[in-house]
Ligand binder design. Structure first.
Ligand SMILES: [Zn+2]
Length: 91
């Protein structure tokens, strides 16, 4: 195999990975996420900061959801268990 082609392919892969990494860095910087809790089903909902103040939809119960301007404190969940968590039964 031609050494030049090998180097070309290698640098292409490196450039591709660097670009992916850069895009990921940039997107996390631009898209901050806020959290709120669905009033209907208490599901914790994540939404893009860009959508704050608007309306969204709960991914769990599919009801319309108001997205607050700032992230809501979620320190006091009504249920101590996470959604989807398997509850171990004491025997
Ligand atoms: Zn809901």
């Amino acid at each position: 195999m031609n050494v030049f082609l090998l180097v070309l392919a290698g640098s292409g892969v490196i450039l591709f990975l660097a670009r992916q990494f850069w895009i990921r860095l940039r997107s996390t910087e631009e898209e901050a996420y806020y959290f709120t809790r669905c009033h209907a089903c208490q599901q914790k909902v994540r939404y893009a900061a860009a959508n704050a103040g608007g309306k969204g939809m709960c991914p769990r119960c599919l009801r319309p959801l108001y997205l607050p301007e700032s992230s809501q404190p979620l320190s006091k969940p009504l249920s101590p268990h996470r959604v989807g968590e398997r509850l171990l039964q004491k025997t």
